[in-house]
Design a protein around this ligand. Structure first.
Ligand SMILES: Cc1ncc(C[n+]2csc(CCOP(=O)(O)OP(=O)(O)O)c2C)c(N)n1
Ligand SMILES: [Mg+2]
Length: 340
C-alpha cells in the first residue's frame, strides 16, 4: 500500500508539471487523498466493480493499470482506450472493472446502484464501489441513488471523499447536516465515518463494509474525512479562496503518505535508502512513460465518428466530409500529428 501511495503521489507531481509545461491540456491531482485511493482499493477484490468520480486514479493503479496506460490517456494518443475523445484523467478499463470516469458530477452513483442491483439478481459474490466528493452529495443523483439502494438492498459501498471543498465552494456553503454520514443514516443505510488520511483505518473500514455489503446484501456508506490538498484542477488556483497556511498544514502535518511511512518505519519495514530508491525508480518510469506517450501517433480523425452508432446517420457522415474538406483547405490550422 505504501509504495502505491508514493507512486500515486509521484505520478501527480510529474503529470501536473507536464501540464504546466504545456505537454498535456489538463490534470487533476489526488494529493492528500492517497490513503483513500490506495487503502480502499486494497480492501476490495478484483471482481468488485468500481464507478469512480475523478479523484481516485489510485484505485486503478492498485488494480494494475500501468504508468504507460495512464500516460497514454493523458496524452490522448492512439493507445488511449478512449481514443483521445475525452479530456486527460478520464481513465477507464474494461479489463480492470473500472468504469470510465465521467466528470458530470454524481452521474456514476445511480449507475453504480443499478450495477449492484444486477449483481444481486445474479447472486454474484461481489459488490459495487462508487466514489464521489462532498460536492457530489449536493446533486439529486446521489439522493435518488442511495434511496434506491436502500429500498432494493443493493450490495453497493458508497465512498464519499469529504475533502471540504467542491472547487471553491466550502462544505459550509453546501449543507448544514453533520457531514455526509448522517445522510446515509437518514436513508436507512448503515454508515461509517473514518479518518481518510489514515490508511489503516481506511483499509479496515472498507474491508468491513465489503463483508456487510455482500454478506448481508445491503448498501453501506463510508464518509472519509480529508482535505483536498491540491488545487481543484490545473484550471484552478485555490489560494484565491483559502489560506495558504491551511493548505500547507494539511500537506505536511496531515499528509497520509508520511503518516503511513512513520508506521512502517517504526515496525522496521522501511528505511531511508528504500525510500529514495523507490522514489527515484518511480520517477524514472514516469518520465519514460511520458516520453513514449508523447511520441505515439494521435488517433485518426475517423475515430471521432465511430463507436456511437452501428450505422452512422447522414448528419454525422456529412460532418465528417465537411471536416475533411476543411482540413484539406486549411492544413496549417490543424495539428500535423493527427492522421487524417
Ligand atoms: C453536474 C455538474 N455540475 C458542475 C460541474 C462542475 N464541477 C466539476 S468538479 C465540481 C466540484 C465537485 O466537488 P466534489 O464532489 O466535492 O469533488 P472534489 O473535486 O472535491 O474531489 C464541480 C462543481 C460538473 N462537472 N458537473
Ligand atoms: Mg470535495
Amino acid at each position: 500500500m505504501y509504495t502505491e501511495m508514493v507512486t500515486l503521489q509521484t505520478m501527480d507531481n510529474i503529470f501536473y508539471e507536464a501540464q504546466r509545461q504545456g505537454r498535456i491540456s489538463f490534470y487533476v491531482t489526488s494529493i492528500g487523498e492517497e490513503a483513500i485511493n490506495i487503502a480502499s482499493a486494497a480492501a476490495l477484490r478484483f471482481d468488485d466493480l468500481v464507478f469512480p468520480q475523478y479523484r481516485e486514479p489510485g484505485v486503478l493503479l492498485w488494480r494494475g493499470f500501468t504508468l504507460q496506460e495512464f500516460a497514454n490517456q493523458c496524452f490522448g494518443n492512439r493507445d488511449d482506450y478512449g481514443k483521445g475523445r475525452q479530456m486527460p484523467i478520464h481513465y477507464g478499463s474494461n479489463k480492470l472493472n473500472y468504469f470510465t470516469v465521467s466528470s458530470t458530477i454524481a452521474t456514476q452513483i445511480p449507475h453504480a446502484v443499478g450495477a449492484a442491483y444486477s449483481l444481486k439478481m445474479d447472486k454474484k459474490d461481489a459488490c459495487v464501489v462508487t466514489y464521489f466528493g462532498d460536492g457530489g452529495t449536493s446533486e439529486g443523483d446521489f439522493h435518488a441513488a442511495i434511496n434506491f439502494a436502500a429500498v432494493r438492498e443493493a450490495p453497493v459501498i458508497f465512498i464519499c471523499r469529504n475533502n471540504g471543498w467542491a472547487i471553491s465552494t466550502p462544505t459550509s456553503d453546501q449543507f448544514r447536516s453533520d457531514g455526509i454520514v448522517v445522510r446515509g443514516q437518514a436513508y436507512g443505510v448503515r454508515s461509517i465515518r473514518v479518518d481518510g488520511n489514515d490508511a489503516l483505518a481506511m483499509y479496515s473500514s472498507v474491508q468491513a463494509a465489503r463483508v456487510m455489503a455482500i454478506g448481508e446484501q445491503r448498501p453501506i456508506l463510508i464518509e472519509a474525512l480529508t482535505y483536498r490538498a491540491g488545487h481543484h484542477s490545473t484550471s484552478d488556483d485555490s489560494t484565491k479562496y483559502r489560506p495558504a497556511n491551511e493548505i500547507e498544514w494539511w500537506r505536511t502535518a496531515r499528509d497520509p503518505v508520511s503518516r503511513l511511512r512513520k508506521w512502517i518505519e517504526s515496525n522496521g519495514w522501511w528505511s531511508e535508502e528504500a525510500e529514495s530508491e523507490l522514489r527515484s525508480n518511480v520517477r524514472k518510469q514516469l518520465l519514460h512513460a511520458i516520453q513514449v506517450a508523447e511520441k505515439v501517433e494521435k488517433p485518426p480523425i475517423s475515430d471521432l465518428f465511430t463507436d456511437v452508432y452501428d450505422v452512422p446517420p447522414s448528419n454525422l457522415r456529412e460532418q465528417e466530409m465537411v471536416l475533411r474538406e476543411t482540413i484539406k483547405r486549411y492544413p496549417q490550422e490543424y495539428p500535423g500529428d493527427v492522421p487524417v
